[in-house]
Design a protein around this ligand. Structure first.
Ligand code: BTN
Length: 245
């Protein structure tokens, strides 16, 4: 089922309200909107984009997995977005855990949430399509498909393709209850693989080499002394030592 809205506060919030109001299907439900008045980003940040410039949608589904699996669902969505864009001849990479980047800048962000008192999860995704420019504070970090390719993609076709890939990858996650069937493919899409990263851990920043994800979706970071840290997406973020990527 796909619900297309012109304007809504947030497609993630809309999906949550569907469940609160008794939605009980086992099918995936896609909610897309032309404009979000209160779009949500990670860590309490907002995700506000001018009407019609960004593909904003959420997938509501029952993965049969606990709340702790939400970061893995984010990784699955990142794979789906990257694979679908590739079919449109748009080459991009994943910045663990929840960004898609192109030309060193962010094209897409993903936010997965567990829906309280239910076994549903909602994974929301915003992909910059048609912005010609970004505000000054974002200009060196954000980009759009139009800026990168001088072209527009058909929004409906892109959404359909992402949902198709998401169904495929999500099936593997549900079957294995981890990313064992997907992690090699994920690591091939990962921008930081074998590169130096800074881990922004609240207990103290450190640097190391990103070795890619394990089957739980944690990023394996090798410290200069050879020890390995498992970085959990919920706790910290990672950036390249030379900036955003
Ligand atoms: C981030 O990079 O911080 C995550 C951004 C997620 C934005 C999407 S847009 C569709 C869905 N609805 C929301 O309110 N947020 C997500």
């Amino acid at each position: 089922m796909i619900i297309r809205l012109d304007e809504i506060d947030s497609t993630n919030e809309y999906a949550k309200r569907l469940v609160e109001d008794g939605y009980s299907s086992d099918e995936m439900c896609v909610v897309s909107a032309q404009y979000q008045t209160a779009g949500k980003g990670r860590r309490g940040r907002g995700w506000i984009t001018p009407p019609g410039t960004c593909l904003t949608f959420s997938i509501l589904y029952r993965p049969g997995l606990p709340t702790e699996a939400c970061p893995m669902i984010t990784l699955v969505m990142a794979m789906a977005v990257r694979a679908a864009l590739f079919d449109f001849d748009i080459e991009c990479q994943i910045k663990w855990p929840n960004d898609i980047i192109i030309g060193g800048k962010k094209l897409c962000g993903i936010l997965t949430e567990a829906i309280p008192d239910s076994d549903y999860k909602v994974v929301g995704c915003g992909i910059n399509l048609n912005q010609e420019a970004f505000p000054e504070d974002l200009a060196d970090k954000a980009t759009s498909i139009l800026i990168e390719t001088d072209d527009c993609v058909d929004e409906d076709n892109l959404l359909e393709s992402i949902v198709g890939y998401f169904e495929k990858y999500a099936e593997s996650l549900t079957e294995n209850k981890n990313l064992s069937g997907l992690m090699d493919e994920y690591n091939d899409m990962l921008v930081s693989k074998d590169k130096e990263v800074t881990v922004l851990d609240p207990k103290g920043e450190y640097e190391g080499i990103s070795e890619g994800i394990n089957q739980n979706g944690e990023l394996i970071v090798r410290r200069p002394d050879g020890s390995k840290e498992l970085v959990y997406a919920g706790e910290v973020s990672v950036r390249g030592v030379y900036g955003y990527v």
